[in-house]
Write a protein that binds this ligand. Sequence first.
Ligand SMILES: C[S@@+](CC[C@H](N)C(=O)[O-])C[C@H]1O[C@@H](n2cnc3c(N)ncnc32)[C@H](O)[C@@H]1O
Length: 319
Amino acid sequence: MPSLLLWDDQGLRNFDTWTKSPSYYPKRCEWEILTNYRHDIARQFPATSVLIELGCGNLMKTAWLLAAMEKERRHVYYYALDVSDDALYKNLNSLKKQFIDSQFISIAGLSGTYDDCVEWLASSASLPASTITFLWLGNSVANMPQQDVSILLGQFHQACRKMSADCNFLISADSCADENRILKAYDPTSGSSRVFLFHGLHHANRLLGQAVFKEEEWNAIPEWDKVLNELRYSYVPKKDVHLDVGKLQVTLKRGEPIHYFMSGKWNESQVGSIAEGAGLEVGKTWRDTQKEYCFYLLQSTTSASSVVGHKEIAERSLI
Ligand SMILES: C[S@@+](CC[C@H](N)C(=O)[O-])C[C@H]1O[C@@H](n2cnc3c(N)ncnc32)[C@H](O)[C@@H]1O
């Protein structure tokens, strides 16, 4: 099942509630980095630039970063992208109010998926500045397989090249290696983490127009991959279930997993390889004191020939 099922306005509310729970360590780490380094991060930006945020969520961290950029007198044309429509409009309105008198920050919204954003950029003749930075916070980068991330970054990179724009990414990623700490934060059995992790079933029911999935018939089962440093979730039926979706009839055996969500906890070398696959390299980094979280500035490598299309990346990885 697509992980996008976790995200809509209710999904985003579930996520925000979950991040307030004491066991959800990533939020504290990320805020520590922003508190300590937001001005240094802001100073890495040129005098004028475009900032496109991928999956902007509640915009709380964005507001802090934009305030730091304003203080550092950086002109920023900010575009917030998200699939959670109503939340995007609501949160963007309050962000706009915050910067209404700003001479440095201008704000716009983009409703759609990452792929929609690639398409929009590829068909844009130009944007208001010649440096484009993609902001991707909250470890969202690691909600998809590493190869898919390389492909997506490469597509954004290519779209920038087409506009003759410089392309950077500011990404925050969770690199916690403590399996118990991770599993406690992502507990599927109770509390706000459970509500977040089961929302995919309810969202699927809404899209299908009927209660195909009954929560009480399912477990959400985590699996920690020690080699790739990735936590993967599957919905697993507690007994044999028959899913009746009009013409589509599916029977699943008890214990048969349906994969739907992953959260990578990638280290710097993994992030470096992903960047490399997209013709990018790791520039400056900012970490929390426990070294469990990291902000990465990914920059274009100088040679234009290092920007490869997703077909070439797929072929390379086949080799
Ligand atoms: C983990 S949350 C992070 C939110 C915010 N960036 C933060 O750091 O708090 C992921 C966000 O990305 C959005 N999202 C997930 N998949 C997406 C996709 N394929 N395209 C666009 N937005 C997506 C979700 O709606 C959600 O707001």
